[in-house]
Every structure is written in C-alpha cells, then in structure tokens.
Design a protein around this ligand. Sequence first.
Ligand SMILES: NC(=O)c1ccc[n+]([C@@H]2O[C@H](COP(=O)([O-])OP(=O)(O)OC[C@H]3O[C@@H](n4cnc5c(N)ncnc54)[C@H](OP(=O)(O)O)[C@@H]3O)[C@@H](O)[C@H]2O)c1
Length: 284
Amino acid sequence: MTDIAVEANTIPAQIPNLHVAVLGAGKMGGILLQAFLKQNLFGAEQIHGTVAHAERAIALSTQWGVDVSTDNLEQARQADLILVGVKPFQVPDLIAEIKPALTPQKTIVSFAASVKTRSIEDAAGIEMAVIRAMPNTPSALGAGAAGLCRGRFVSAAQMELAQRIFETVGRTVTVDEKHMDAVTGLSASGPAYIYIVIEALAEAGVKVGLPRDTATQLAAQTVFGAAKMVLETGYHPALLKDAVTTPAGCTIDGILELEEGGLRVTLIKAVMRATERAKQLAAG
Ligand SMILES: NC(=O)c1ccc[n+]([C@@H]2O[C@H](COP(=O)([O-])OP(=O)(O)OC[C@H]3O[C@@H](n4cnc5c(N)ncnc54)[C@H](OP(=O)(O)O)[C@@H]3O)[C@@H](O)[C@H]2O)c1
C-alpha cells in the first residue's frame, strides 16, 4: 500500500476560513475526518463532528482533538460545508433537524448510500448545493475510490471543493446521479469482495504448502500489484492477463479453473445484487 499512500500524502494546501461538519462521524465519517486532519486540509479548529452517543462524542473529541458533540444543529450552524454520514434511513430526520442552520451559501455533501440529492434538496427546502459522494473504506489509507455527483444547485467551485476533499483520501470519479447505486455496488462494497478474494488466494497458498502469513502477504501484494498495473499502465486488464499467460504454461491451467468455477459471472452478479440493494437502502 505504501506507494498509493505516499501519492495521496502529497499535502494539499489547507483550505482556510472554511468550517466543515461531519454529521455522523462513524466508520466512514471518522475515516474522512481523520484524513482531513492528517492531510492538513482543515485545521482542527475548522472541523466539527457529531455522533449519536454522548460518551462517544467525548471520547472522539479527546482522541481527534476536534469538536465532536451530539448537537447536529449547532455543528451545522458553525459549518460552511456539511458532510452527512448517518445511515441512509436517518438522513431525512437529520436534514429536518439542521434545517434552521441551512442557507444557500452552505454546501451539503452526503455520503449516505442510496439517498438522492433531490430528496435532500427537498428536505432542506431552499435552493442550496447538495453533492452526493460514495467513498469506500480504503480511504483510511489514502487508497479510496469515490464516485461524486451533483444536485441541481451546485456551482463548479462547490463541486471542485468536494472533489478536493475526496482526493485527499484517494481517487474520485464524477458520474451522473443515475449511476450512484452502481458505484455503491462496485467500489463501496467492492473492498469486501476483494478481501474474500485475498482470503481465498491465501487459503490456496496454504493448500499448496506455504505458511499462512507468507501466503496472505503474497496474495494481498498480488492484488495490489495487479490493481496498480491496471491504473498506471492504462492497459486493458485482458491485455495484462495475456502477458502473464504463457502458451501451455501454468497460468492458463489456473484460468481454466477460474472460468469453470464461474468467477467472472459470480463477481458480475455480486455487483448487480449489491447495486439493486443500494437502490432500496434509503427506504430503511
Ligand atoms: N462503511 C462503508 O464502507 C461506507 C462506504 C460508503 C458510504 N457509507 C455510508 O456512510 C454512512 C455511515 O456508515 P458507517 O459504515 O460509517 O456507519 P457507522 O459506523 O454506524 O456510522 C454512523 C454514525 O452515525 C452516528 N449517528 C447515528 N445517529 C445519529 C444522529 N441522529 N446524529 C448524529 N450522528 C448520528 C453514529 O453515532 P454513534 O457512533 O454514537 O452510534 C455513528 O457514529 C451510511 O450512510 C453508509 O451508506 C459507508
């Protein structure tokens, strides 16, 4: 992971005079908040957060050295940029709660799966910028992948700001909102699929006699290396696969087993199922 982490560690200039609130600083919100601090994107005094439980708010305030409370309205009042990180079904109530603090000058960036920009705009009740983002957990190491889309009232500068925020934790792509559930099914859920692939490859290494630690390291580094090849060469994965596959060699035998086992179709179906489920999450 070192190379990707180092790349993303290129310290961006701090965004001055702008306060950001992460409402719902749980797993994903906490990753983003800590990245802002680590990358020096915002100073600690510019960052505000909320969680549901008071004791957790106190613990996180101490741990992160930023203002974390359970008061969404107060934190939203202080912020120019409001990140929404509660569970999808909680978003409507959260927006209703912070409505008195919303103004057309503020920007909402929601990274809740499934919740449409239109429903947040409607709940806000004013013409204000709402951006939807779908990051993933490797953001914790600066190796995230995030899809972003814009609502109806987003300026180019507001979109750039959102991109910059997610670029501090990895790569971003901007998509039409109709593709956001697909981004959720592919890259937000994707790390879980790949952990299973790594676990299975490591298990395979054990089966053919490697010590477990060695097998896990080799499996993970192989996935990392293959991903890096695709991203950095720009070559089609099939071309890169062909370069590994010597005629009558051993790789083609391995590929034969993968095709017979239906790995391709299984992964395609997994993304399709997760995408379908992503469409339903906002409803609870
Ligand atoms: N995990 C992922 O890989 C991932 C990826 C992309 C997007 N997301 C999205 O991120 C959102 C959060 O997911 P998560 O995995 O980070 O879940 P999580 O760890 O459970 O985080 C949710 C956070 O919201 C807080 N919370 C609950 N009710 C609240 C309220 N009324 N006001 C303020 N904070 C409240 C919780 O506080 P307590 O800690 O006190 O309970 C918790 O910290 C979801 O919408 C999900 O779709 C997650």
